[in-house]
Every structure is written in C-alpha cells, then in structure tokens.
Design a protein around this ligand. Structure first.
Ligand code: CTP
Ligand code: MG
Length: 239
C-alpha cells in the first residue's frame, strides 16, 4: 500500500452509502450510489471532493455488508484516492442506524474532533463546500447547509390545502458537521428515530447550531426527476 498523506487535522468525514436506493432501483437496476454517471460510480464524486479538500485525517465509508468488497475495489482503483486514508464500516437498516454505527465505532479515538456527515446520494459536493463548512466549525457544535424554500408551499393532510408562509422555511441538506463528543452523547442517550438527519438531533439536544446558506447543486438524487436533472448536468462541466 502506498504511503498515505499525513495531515495535522484529527477531523473525520463519514460518507453515507448504506441505503438500498429503492425508489430508483427499477430505473437504474443498481443502488443509486453505484450508478455509473459519466463513467464513474455516483459515490465517487463526493468522496473525491472530501479527499481532495485535505480537511480530514481519514474518511469512513458507511456501506452495507453486501457492497463492502465492491466498494473497496472501486476505491482502490481510483487514482485520486490513493493518498487518503479510507476505511469501511457497516451501516444499518435506517440512515439513523448507519450514522450511529459509525459514530459509536470512533469512540476510542483520543481527544475530540469534528465529524462531517454527507449523503453519497448528493454527488455534487465540491471541495469549496467542504472547506467552507469546516472553516466555520469554531462557531458552533453543529452546522448544516440549508436553502430557503423558493416555491410557494402548502400542507395537505386531512384539513385540506393550507398554504404556509415560506419566508421562514428551509430545506436541509448535507454535509453537516458536528463536535464529535457531543454527537456521540446524542447517539448514546437515544434519540427520536423519526429524525431524518443529524442536525435535527442537535437542535433537539439544545446544542449550539449554525445553518449555512446551502446550494441547489447539493440536491439529493431521490426520485425520477433527479435522474432527469443528472442527465442534463452530464452535458455541463460541474466545478
Ligand atoms: N443511507 C444509509 N443507510 C441506510 C439508509 C440510507 O447510509 N440504512 C444513506 C443513503 O445511502 C444515502 C443517504 O443515506 O446516501 C440518504 O438516504 P436516501 O436518499 O433515502 O437513500 P436510500 O435510502 O438508499 O434510498 P431509498 O430511500 O429510495 O431506498
Ligand atoms: Mg432512504
């Protein structure tokens, strides 16, 4: 194995890729994180940005057992990843479990550090997105990118359509970054399993939080519309 680049930071990045990709499976015939987009598996796009940012001591990929070997092979064959320390940990049935497995597995590391969590299903993470959020960690215990809701928005459950004031509404994205020991405490204490991300857990736990202006390009590949978007983006250079 080639010598890994030594960095001073103790910070860690988690790339979440243990999902089943069910909503797009019929279309893609493969879990979306392994879909080959312009010749490269989707998860490699954000992984390369994490690696090239130079912000992390190491990167942990959270994968399902059946994909562990395949993932290791893909990573091993990517020339851009040769200088980065990358390991694999097994995820769980839900996103919450996947994060929990990885967060708990790091508890024996010495001291404290920041932990960045990113969905591999958001492929267009750039080095700038990473550097920008990591540069602001001194300001809060939990940070996330979030974008203001641009469209009119209504709620439609039981009582009919009720328009909401979009002025104060935001869509929450990843990456999200946390003070590691504080996030570990949340996972050790137990949390509401309905939380769909980790920033919400930090909000409920009363940590010091900081939302940062997000970016449309950090969209999550979730349904068919996102595939159309991917195809359109394929014709354009993405910074
Ligand atoms: N994820 C994970 N472990 C799980 C479920 C999700 O690591 N048990 C990850 C996914 O791989 C993805 C991110 O969390 O990068 C966001 O989840 P989502 O978009 O819902 O992806 P999937 O769960 O794979 O898709 P689907 O819900 O359509 O099955
Ligand atoms: Mg899911």
């Amino acid at each position: 194995m080639k010598e890994k680049e030594k960095t001073k930071t103790k910070d860690v990045a988690l790339l979440l890729m243990a999902g089943k990709g069910e909503r797009l499976f019929d279309e893609l015939k493969v879990k979306k994180q392994f879909y080959k987009f312009d010749g490269k598996e989707l998860f490699l796009y954000s992984l390369e940005s994490l690696a090239l940012s130079g912000c992390f001591r190491d990167i942990v990929l959270v994968v399902s057992k059946e994909d562990a070997e395949k993932t290791a092979d893909i990573v091993h064959n990517d020339p851009l990843l040769q200088k980065t320390d990358i390991s694999i940990i097994l995820g769980g049935e839900s996103r919450n479990e996947s994060v929990g497995n990885a967060v708990k597995a790091l508890r024996r590391r010495k001291g404290n550090f920041n932990i960045l969590i990113h969905d591999a299903a958001r492929p267009f993470l750039t080095v700038d997105h990473v550097k920008n959020i990591m540069a602001k960690t001194y300001r809060a215990d939990a940070l996330t990118y979030a974008i203001p809701v641009a469209d009119s928005i209504f709620h439609n459950a039981g009582k009919g359509i009720q328009y909401m004031d979009r002025k104060d509404l935001y869509q929450v994205q990843t990456p999200q970054v946390f003070d590691y020991r504080k996030l570990l405490e949340i996972y050790d204490d137990g949390y509401d399993p309905d939380c769909t991300d980790d920033f919400s857990k930090a909000v409920r736990a009363g940590l010091k939080t900081l939302p940062l202006p997000g970016d449309l390009i950090l969209f999550k590949v979730t349904g068919k519309d996102d595939l159309l978007l991917l195809k359109r983006l394929s014709a354009m250079p993405v910074e």
